[in-house]
Design a protein. Structure first.
Length: 305
């Protein structure tokens, strides 16, 4: 398989169709004035302005042009996804061969970015899953991943008596925490995560937004949550998130830190915000669709016609 200037030998795992290969490199999230680009830019702008480091520079770095071709190790193993997990099936993924695939989620880059020394980042990109096409499902869509790691000092510095608190302990795994985390650390990480995401959604959808959290399960976070927002009278699920599995953080070389991660779908947010009724429209080349999103600034109110 020839893709993005590289050749991948086919084997019994290869199952990428030409139609899917033709979408690779389109990078709709980087196409100026595309609705997915508008959402990405709004989120980016919010994170840049809301969270700054010591010298006033943005705390979060943004990676939006990482290659969608990843190894099976990056997509599954690095995220502690068990060998027999249903999400690895050939029926659900696009494999170039036994070792390489089109990423099924932007989480495939978490380990590498942490390993490179980053504490706070957003990764944005096209992701690929074999899915039956309908108005809310398409085999190519776009995700944004956020990760934030804290040292002991960072997490507890504004807490009274915080110098006595620890991130880690030898404990037991419960519904609320991992065996290696202290309850104080998890509570603060979880609070920070939910605060960051509540602010983000209020930024995108407007102040006064009602939010609720639903407990759920992901192999690479614990505890894990789905966030739902009440938009125009109905509850809609908008993202998944949680406290990162310490084993993942440790294996990437950040064993003195604890962190959170979230993943959201750009199409999902754009469909809600702009009232776009069909996910297939994002791939439209039709001027009548595209020109509605050519606006003077990224926060312009748009209602799709």
């Amino acid at each position: 398989v020839e893709l993005l200037g590289k050749a991948y030998p086919r084997d019994d795992y290869s199952n990428v169709a030409e139609k899917i290969l033709s979408k690779v490199g389109k990078n709709l999230h980087n196409k100026k004035h595309h609705p997915l680009w508008l959402i990405k830019e709004q989120v980016k702008d919010h994170f840049y302005k809301q969270y700054t480091g010591r010298f006033g520079t943005p705390l979060f770095s943004v990676y939006d042009s990482l290659s969608p071709v990843v190894t099976v190790q990056q997509n599954f193993d690095s995220l502690l996804i068990p060998q027999d997990h249903a999400s690895r099936r050939k029926e659900d993924n696009y494999y170039l061969n036994r070792d390489h695939m089109l990423r099924a989620h932007t989480s495939a880059h978490q380990w590498d970015l942490i390993h490179s020394g980053l504490d706070a980042f957003l990764a944005v990109g096209d992701v690929y899953r074999r899915d039956t096409i309908d108005n809310t499902h398409y085999p190519v869509f776009h995700q944004m991943e956020g990760v934030r790691l804290f040292s002991c000092h960072e997490l507890f510095r504004n807490v009274e008596g915080g110098e006595d608190f620890q991130l880690f302990e030898q404990g037991h795994r419960t519904a609320h925490k991992q065996e290696s985390h202290t309850m104080e650390a998890v509570r603060l990480v979880e609070f920070n995560l939910k605060q960051v995401l509540t602010k983000l959604m209020a930024h995108v959808f407007g102040d006064g937004l009602q939010v609720r959290w639903v407990d759920c399960y992901f192999p690479f976070t614990h505890p894990s949550f789905e966030m739902e927002i009440n938009f125009q009278g109905e509850w809609l699920e908008v993202l998944g998130c949680g406290v990162m599995e310490q084993q993942l953080v440790n294996s990437a070389g950040a064993q003195d830190k604890i962190g959170w991660a979230f993943g959201l779908g750009l199409e999902r947010l754009a469909m809600i915000l702009y009232d776009i009724p069909d996910i297939r429209l994002f791939w439209s080349e039709d001027e009548r669709f595209l020109k509605q999103f050519i606006v003077p600034h990224i926060y312009q109110k748009i209602k799709f016609q």
